[in-house]
Every structure is written in C-alpha cells, then in structure tokens.
Design a protein around this ligand. Structure first.
Ligand code: SAH
Length: 483
C-alpha cells in the first residue's frame, strides 16, 4: 500500500459518511476523512494529518459534485460547525441517521444485523428542516473594530464568526441580538473575553414558545448586582428596547463568573416580565403523526431543559407514549424528566407517574406544570436517577407493587444512563422500558446491558430532532423476557 504524508494532494471519491458527518473515501486502501465532502462527491483533497492507514484531509475542490449535494442556506455552515451536513440533501441526511443508529446498534450494542433490521422502523423526518430551533445561545465577544459582536464560535475555537441570522433559529433572533448589541455599544457595556476572564456580557440565550409566541431573553453575565440594585449599566435602556419586540415575555440575567465553557450560571434574576415562558405540546398519532390529543402546557425557565425542536417533539413524545402501551392502570417512572414534559403525557394515560430530574428548578417547573394542567397523578423527585431510584427501591422492601412498576421511561443526556441506574431498572422488572436517547452510541451500550439483564428490543425508531446536524434522537421499546 502507498504511504501518504502531510500536504499530499489526492483525488478521491467519497463513499461513506463518518459519525460526525465527514466524508470518507479510499485511495489504494488508504482511508481519507474529509470534512464537508458529501457522499458521492469526487473531490481533490490535501492531507493535513497522516497516520499509517488513514489520514485527515482538507477539501480543496469539488471535482464532480454528488447527486446528494445541495446549495446550503447558510453562508457560514462550514466555519460554524453547527450544521455539519447542510450541504447534503435532507433525504440523504435522514438515510445517514437511520444508518448511524443501525451501525451503532450493531457495532457497539453487538446486536445482529438481521435482528436490527427486523426491529427498526423508518426514521421520522421533518416537513421543513429549517428555522425549527426554539432555543439559541449566542456568544458575545469583541470585533476587530472594538464593537461588540455575536455569532458562533468557529468549530472548536474561541473565534466568534459574526452572524445574527442562523438558518436553524427563529427569525426573531436577529432583531433581539441587534438590540442587545446596540445597547452595549451605546452604553459602553463590555463583552466577556474568554482568554482574560474580563468583560461583562458572555452569552445571549433566546427561547420562543412556538405555540404561545412568547419570547424569553436571558443575558449571561460575568458580574454581580450593582449598587443601584440593577445588574447592567443603564439597564432600563436595554429593557425598554427589548420589551417592544413582539412576543417579549421574560427578560433575565444569569450570573456566571466561572472560567468555564459552561454557558449558563446557576443564579437567574428576572429583570422584566415573567420568570418563565409558556409553550404547549399536543399528542400526534398514526402514520403521519396527525394531531389528536389534548395539548399539555408548560412553563419553561431559563435553566430548564426543553426539547429544542417543537415540531418533532410532538412526534417524539407521541411515539414514546405509544411504545409505553398504557391503558390507565399502570405505574410509570420517567427518569431524566426535565420539566415533566414526557411525564405529563404519560400521566394522562397511566395510574401514577414518578418523575426524576437532577435540576431543582426543572422539578419546580414540573410540579407547576402538573398543577396547571390539572394533573394530580404525577409526583416528582429532585436528584440523580442513579441515586433516587435505588433509594426508592430499598425503602419499599416488602412492597412489591411499589418496587415493580409497569413501565420505565428514560431520556438521559448524551452520556447515557449510569450503570447503577440500569441495574436498578433491571431489579425493578418493569414489563416495558422505553428508552429515548439523543446519542445512539451510548444508547447501544446501555441496550446491551438491558438485554443481557433480561430484556428484548421490540422496536427502534429514529426521530430527526436536529435537521442539518449529525445528531439524531432514537426511541426504543424493550420488553421483559418471560422465560
Ligand atoms: N425528558 C425531558 C428531559 C430530557 S434531557 C424532556 O424531554 O424534556 C435530560 C435531562 O436529564 C435534563 O433535564 C438533565 O438536567 C437531566 N439529568 C442529567 N443527568 C441526570 C441524572 N444523573 N439524573 C437525573 N436527571 C439528570
């Protein structure tokens, strides 16, 4: 086999897609990983980093474009890194995500390919895969001319690419960001500098309730309360300008003085309007996920997790609900419940729901959400799933009904479930487990543990919550083996 080295220029046809969306091609058995190349392209590339059998190469020129290549909407998609596959047709994106889930189940979960094919249902795509995000967090920095700027960090760097008009976000983002920047400029308010740890405004969080039209703006600041009780210099100027924007409901600051890349600080102070915004989610059923059930309304705080794609969230939750197979008699746990979104869907069809979530504010929201929707059969616990669940199990020794719920739903963050949590789930022996996952690699790892512990995968279905990106949500139904 030929050996290649840095700066070699090669022509290659892209035949595969890596998990991060990169194009993969081979020259004489030597694999090349090429960011921004689309499967089916023939491209000229320059090697950046060479190993023995493979190399990372930079796309120099598309020689013959792939039939799957499309004109990207956003001029910054390559630098930003948020939309890794915007240059790929949406149809092909969905196929990639279906294959990604399948590949992880086979490779990491060690499930047989024929078996995986037999349980996988077709991925649920979006009708309109742009402007779907209800939440955006824009970093604020200082431009070359000394004025405050906002946009996106380029790739994994700390350089901000100016852009107030993200193709995935709501149209209001632009006006809100321009208002904040104008205020900062007028009042001489500094932007935070990650290198020095100095400067005031770090991020602008914007959230919109798609059904309510309500908008929340939260400025993350590296500062504390000023002597006059405000948090920002000439705060009223900013509030006056922001509250004129249609839908504005909540304006707050979050204090973050830590030198980390965690965006939000733990403390939030409302400066104007309500502490939360409202949104509602309806149930969808059938092949085309037509709207059917009564909508549940939610209050959302700046710190609470809330699914970012409202169109697809309805489909995701409806799918999780249908996999749960509830008749009204069941006891159900909803682990990693956030503000109780899935819990309150479940509660309408179950006897009793228990939710567990680590963020106290989210649990406060969950309790209020239950109350506002007249739901009385949902109880919520603050804490780690891997601590709350075992403690509950131990405490109820001798009470079989409490120890053995009918269904457990889990929806963990990307790192998946803690092993203690999985093992306790196995001890609790629910009839069904519904696993909602935003990372099919950790999902596959956890499914192996659950299957070795006596469960069987019945159904797997991807839901595209994140069009244009390489991320995909997956819902899995497992049922207990009766042997
Ligand atoms: N089911 C919810 C939230 C899913 S996101 C929804 O669809 O809206 C995952 C949630 O898990 C987040 O709210 C996060 O705060 C919470 N979380 C993270 N680690 C946790 C842990 N160890 N135990 C319980 N909750 C956790």
């Amino acid at each position: 086999m030929m050996e290649y080295k840095k700066n070699d220029v090669l022509t290659v046809t892209i035949e595969d897609i890596g998990n991060d969306g990169e194009g993969i091609g081979k020259v004489d058995g030597f694999a090349l990983f090429v960011k921004d190349a689309v499967i089916g392209d023939t491209v000229s590339v320059k090697i950046m980093k060479a190993k023995k059998n493979y190399a990372y190469a930079k796309l120099e020129k598309v020689l013959t474009p792939s039939p799957f290549r499309v004109q990207p909407k956003c001029a910054f998609h390559k630098q930003c890194g948020g939309c890794q596959i915007q240059a790929m047709s949406y149809e092909r994106q969905l196929q990639f995500k279906q294959d990604k889930i399948k590949g992880n189940l086979i490779r990491i979960g060690k499930f047989d390919e024929a078996f995986v094919d037999s349980v996988m249902e077709p991925i649920v795509g979006m009708e309109e895969p742009f402007h779907y995000r209800n939440k955006a967090q824009f970093p604020v920095g200082t431009g070359k001319d000394g004025n405050p700027v906002t946009g996106f960090f380029a790739g994994r760097t700390h350089t901000i690419i100016e852009n107030t008009d993200c193709a995935l976000g709501v149209l209001e983002n632009k006006e809100i960001l321009e208002t904040v920047l104008e205020y900062m400029k007028q009042q001489g308010v500094s932007a935070y500098n990650e290198e020095t740890g100095k400067g005031l405004v770090r991020h602008v969080l914007i959230r919109k309730g798609f059904t309510s039209g309500q908008i929340m703006v939260c400025l993350v600041i590296n500062g504390k309360r000023l002597s006059d009780g405000s948090f920002l210099p000439k705060q009223e100027k900013l509030l006056e300008a922001l509250k004129n924007i249609q839908g504005m409901t909540s304006i707050s600051v979050s204090i973050n003085k830590e030198r980390t890349n965690v965006i939000m600080g733990k403390e939030v102070h409302t400066l104007w309007g309500s502490d939360t915004i409202e949104d509602s989610i309806g149930i969808r059923e059938g092949e085309d996920f037509a709207k059917t059930g009564k909508a549940v309304s939610f209050h959302i705080s700046p710190l609470s997790f809330y699914q970012v794609n409202p169109y697809q969230t309805e489909k995701l939750y409806s799918l999780a609900l249908s996999y749960a197979g509830l008749t009204g008699k069941e006891t159900v746990w909803d682990l990693y419940c956030g503000i109780g979104t899935i819990s309150l869907f479940l509660a309408q069809k179950a006897k009793q729901v228990y939710g567990v979530e680590i963020i106290p504010q989210a649990i406060e929201d969950a309790k209020k959400n239950a109350e506002n929707n007249d739901i009385t059969n949902a109880e919520f616990f603050v804490g780690k799933a891997e601590e709350v669940l075992p403690a509950f199990y131990e405490k109820n020794e001798g009470d079989s009904a409490m120890r053995h719920p009918d269904v457990i739903v889990v929806d963990p963050p990307r790192k998946g479930c803690d092993e203690v949590c999985l093992n306790t789930m196995l001890k609790m022996q629910p009839e069904r487990i519904v696993y909602v996952s935003c990372d099919s690699a950790t999902l596959a790892r956890d499914l192996r543990i659950l299957c070795d512990g006596g469960y069987e995968i019945k159904k797997v279905r991807g839901v595209d919550q994140f069009g244009m990106t390489v991320h995909v949500e997956t819902v899995v139904l497992l049922s207990r083996n009766r042997t």
